[in-house]
Design a binder for this molecule. Structure first.
Ligand code: UGA
Length: 442
């Protein structure tokens, strides 16, 4: 059955969700307050890099199933299902999540809802938010009790957003057990094609659904920090963390995924989500339960400092050194530089007196906007000209395929530090390079 859907927020999450829901055959309206973003999307241009999304957007615009608007009135009159996909960044100077955007959508949308509708939250929020929003909506919407708020957390990874939306590992829906309405029935219609693939569909209460998301991201962050802590020990003991990860990863209770040691996690989700989780647990009086996440955060931030130290060790001193930085995005197949470990390391090295040349296949524009004082080169080879050390900080395949022999005559010193353990050490060493990987003996 075709459903009428509005998606509020057209960033990485919202734009992907809107295009994917149209791809499933639904009538979709993407809603945002950012005129420039809307104009770009309506013209078939995705304002960020996500593999395959532009094609999907254009296809569904053409079919007429997908449109964009800034009109909340239009969305309220049109949709049976309203998805909230706006950002919940970290509050300035605090650990807690900033719910300004979520609240703003509710305050603007609810007074326009005259007929029964369901609001599905997708944004990552502190537990308790969905229940609070439900009460608020029913108070201010003309349709009152006919409005249901449900929570349908999103687990998509940037760079794999379409696959993760159309073929997720699982679907989770939180509903209020006290006032169970049609949210589950409509969700089953919206996701009928996914359910036909036998993707697990878990219906929980609101708080559990909210916590599933935060717990999942906290587990992933913990897994990465675990292997990075082991990397520190490997460095001290002269062992190799990548071989260790392979060996423990064969145990399927552990699994090899998310055990890549390096400069750690960043992006718009993991770092702020673990902090918001700690803050919320504190409010609930359960702060002790999550004190380990503070250590997860510390281990992660220490990897960035360690990378700077290794660069300094390689050059003797960073003052006056020329450092090539390959990679600026927080991970490959993305142009996102929010809390990017790569850019953070590049910035620290520059502040310590080195001349830093950055190259990234997709994130140049975003990096320049965030860190205008770094030097940017438009190819990996150009970034490496005259370098005293080359740092690989994001594991783009372009960097894995670099030919050390080709770089030999370009750099000043043949030294490479692999911040993502993504290169083949033998290839570089055989070409006469000094290779260092994080958590691997020199
Ligand atoms: C993460 C989660 O993986 C998604 O499931 C979730 O939906 C999303 O946050 C969100 O909350 O919206 P994402 O931020 O796109 O997705 O990126 P990840 O693939 O999780 O990578 C996060 C960071 O961890 C990156 O900086 C990556 O380089 C780093 N990482 C990842 C490692 O350092 N080592 C690893 O083994 C894996």
């Amino acid at each position: 059955m075709t459903c009428r859907i509005a998606v509020f927020g057209t960033g990485y999450l919202g734009a992907t969700h809107a295009a994917c829901m149209a791809e499933l055959g639904h009538e979709v309206l993407g809603v945002d307050i950012d005129e420039a973003k809307l104009a770009s999307l309506q013209a078939g241009q995705v304002p960020f890099y996500e593999p395959g999304l532009q094609k999907l957007l254009q296809k569904n615009l053409k079919s007429g199933r997908l449109r964009f608007t800034n009109s909340y009135q239009e969305a309220a009159d049109f949709a049976q299902a309203h998805f909230l996909a706006v950002g919940t960044p970290q509050r300035e100077g605090e650990f807690g999540a900033d719910l300004t955007y979520v609240d703003a959508v509710i305050e603007k949308l609810a007074p326009l809802l005259r007929q029964a509708a369901i609001i599905y939250g997708k944004s990552t929020v502190p537990v308790g938010t969905a229940a609070r929003l439900g009460q608020r909506v029913r108070k201010i919407a003309p349709a009152g009790n006919a409005i249901e708020v449900a929570w349908n957390p999103e687990f998509l990874r940037e760079g794999h957003a379409i696959q993760d939306t159309l073929h997720p590992d699982r679907l989770v829906l939180g509903v209020d057990p006290e006032r169970r309405g049609p949210a589950e029935v409509l969700a089953r219609e919206i996701y009928a094609e996914l359910l036909a693939e036998e993707i697990p569909f878990l219906v929980t209460d609101l708080a559990t659904a909210e916590l599933v998301k935060t717990a999942a991201n906290s587990f992933l962050a913990t897994k990465i920090s675990f292997i990075n802590a082991i990397a520190e020990v490997c460095e001290a003991a002269g062992a190799d963390v990548t071989e260790l990860a392979d060996a423990i990863g064969y145990d399927d209770r552990i699994g090899r995924k998310f055990l890549n040691a390096g400069i750690g996690f960043g992006g718009g989700c993991l770092p702020k989500d673990i902090r918001a989780f700690m803050a919320r647990a504190g409010e609930l009086g359960a702060d002790q339960a999550l004190t380990f996440l503070r250590e997860v955060d510390n281990i992660n931030m220490r990897r960035r400092t360690r990378m700077v130290e290794l660069a300094r060790e390689a050059c003797g001193s960073l003052l006056g050194a020329r450092v090539a930085v390959l990679g600026a995005a927080f991970k490959p197949e993305s142009d996102d530089v929010r809390d990017s470990p790569a850019l953070n390391v590049a910035g620290q090295i520059q502040l310590q007196g080195a001349a830093v040349n950055v190259y990234d296949p997709k994130a140049m524009q975003n990096s320049q906007a965030l860190f205008p004082t770094l030097n940017y080169s438009d190819s990996a080879l150009k970034a490496c000209v005259g370098a005293d050390v080359v740092l690989v900080l994001t594991e783009w395949s372009e960097f894995k395929e670099l030919d050390p022999v080709e770089l030999n005559g370009i750099v000043r010193e043949k030294r490479i530090i692999d911040g993502r353990n993504c290169l083949d050490p033998a290839k570089w060493r055989n070409a006469g390079w000094l290779y260092r990987g994080l958590g691997r003996s020199s």
